[in-house]
Ligand binder design. Structure first.
Ligand SMILES: Cc1cc2nc3c(=O)[nH]c(=O)nc-3n(C[C@H](O)[C@H](O)[C@H](O)COP(=O)(O)OP(=O)(O)OC[C@H]3O[C@@H](n4cnc5c(N)ncnc54)[C@H](O)[C@@H]3O)c2cc1C
Length: 404
């Protein structure tokens, strides 16, 4: 049993410095341009693939860290560079994590390389769960999957909303209801292979922030996928449905655990955005002179910066705790995964808002990146479960009461 320590080990420090270098030298200088273009930054994906920052091996190395904090470290550094570009690079990992978490080893080998493409021609993947009528209320999903015995195919029909990389992805992982009477426990996830007919998208949505990242709605019009595209296989699904019908809780708890495991990573992204804004505001406050002295000499400004730093560090500790718990199979009995994402998302919003304030009029202008960070931060109280939903998870976990 190692002694308790919050020092990063050598590998973690190397990882942090390597991703930070890419974020500083490649991502940050390109951020304003891709935000304005509102396009997926394919040349940057290529650059990241070339150095091994975009691909399954990188993800697998992060997952292998027994402390669990490599993935949060990498996410914080990359999103410090830019969140829109960051999500263009790491959005694929949502779909890959679903294949890894629910798929068989054969499915992993077949589909994961297609998610990333090649170094010369990188591809992206999409994880499509949200629907127009099923956002926070995942259980009310209407997209249906039915099995065609004759052809050994699954037929998917319905609509998906706000999918990161939706429509431009090589591989779409789509969740659908197999038995609607079981709510979220009657759902399964399917791989839709590249070029499958019937999956269409009206195109990229216009957003407040994360503009480089592609977000789109999707239509599934009798999309036929081979039987082997059901993640985990048919036998496992039938067993799971049987258990759910018999009132056993395992399936619902497993789904909840999956969310708890991914939330610290999203929290780390929020911390990256917050830290970028804090560092920028600190430098600005040292240099900006009003009333004959740098504005940082006023307690109003200095105390705001002190609070920003304290909140960022507090959020990071919650993220690292949840990541460690997930990697070491601890039970999230107080919703610690949700806590980490809730805190980090709210810190990103408040810290970026304070940064705009510290820059005054300059903070409102596009000449400085804080206005972009302010816009980007807001997503972190919304996706991967809104702040209200995180509070629901935590309050249910600590009370055992079915709070509504
Ligand atoms: C940029 C972006 C990228 C996204 N990427 C993906 C993706 O890759 N894949 C994917 O599947 N989805 C994705 N989403 C969707 C995202 O996860 C959902 O928007 C989110 O879960 C909220 O769902 P909703 O938008 O339908 O809001 P709603 O569920 O309609 O919520 C509206 C408001 O009501 C509140 N509310 C709802 N229910 C309760 C309750 N019981 N108690 C208290 N308050 C409640 C919410 O907190 C929120 O404030 C993305 C969204 C965006 C904007």
């Amino acid at each position: 049993m190692p002694e308790f320590s919050l020092d990063l080990n050598e590998e973690q420090r190397d990882l942090r410095d390597w991703v930070h270098g890419f974020a500083r030298d490649v991502v940050r200088p390109a951020a304003a341009e891709w935000d304005a273009r509102e396009e997926t930054p394919w040349p940057l994906l290529q650059e990241a693939a070339k150095i091994g920052l975009y691909g399954f091996e990188f993800l697998a190395n992060c997952w292998a860290d027994p402390t669990g904090i490599s993935l949060p470290i990498a996410n914080e550094e990359l999103f410090w560079g830019d969140a829109g570009i960051g999500l263009s690079l790491f959005g694929t990992s949502l779909a890959v994590a679903a294949i890894y978490g629910s798929g068989t080893p054969e499915q992993l080998v077949e589909w994961v390389p297609l998610c990333f493409g090649t170094v010369d021609e990188p591809a992206v993947a999409a994880f499509c769960s949200t629907e127009p009528e099923a956002g926070s209320d995942v259980g009310s999903m209407r997209t249906k999957a039915r099995y065609d015995e004759a052809t050994d195919e699954w037929i998917l029909s319905g609509q998906k909303a706000y999918a990161t990389n939706g429509g431009i992805a090589a591989v779409h992982v789509v969740t659908a209801t197999v038995d609607s009477s079981l709510g979220s426990r009657g759902q399964a996830a399917f791989v839709v292979p590249p070029g499958t007919p019937g999956l269409t998208s009206p195109g990229k949505l216009k957003k407040l922030g994360l503009r480089a990242s592609h977000t789109a709605d999707l239509f599934l019009d009798d999309v036929r996928v081979p039987g082997r595209c059901l993640l985990g296989g048919r036998e496992a699904l039938l067993e799971r449905l049987d258990r759910a019908r018999n009132g056993q809780k395992a399936a619902g708890q497993a789904a909840m655990r999956t969310f708890e495991l991914s939330r610290p990573t999203v929290g780390a992204q929020a911390i990256g955005v917050a830290r970028a804004a804090y560092e920028y505001a600190l430098e600005y406050a040292r240099g900006r002179v009003q009333f004959g002295r740098p504005i940082i000499e006023n307690q109003a400004i200095a105390f705001a910066l002190a609070d920003m730093k304290m909140e960022i560090d507090a959020a990071r500790l919650l993220v690292w705790r949840a990541a460690w718990m997930g990697r070491n199979n601890r039970v999230f009995d107080a919703g610690e995964g949700s806590m980490s994402k809730l805190k980090a998302g709210e810190v990103a919003v408040s810290v970026t808002e304070k940064a705009v304030q510290i820059l005054g009029g300059a903070g409102f202008l596009r000449e400085h990146p804080v206005e972009r960070w302010y816009r980007d931060a807001k997503i972190y109280t919304i996706f991967e479960g809104t702040s209200e939903i995180q509070r629901l998870v935590i309050s249910r976990a600590i009370s055992g009461v079915q709070i509504r």
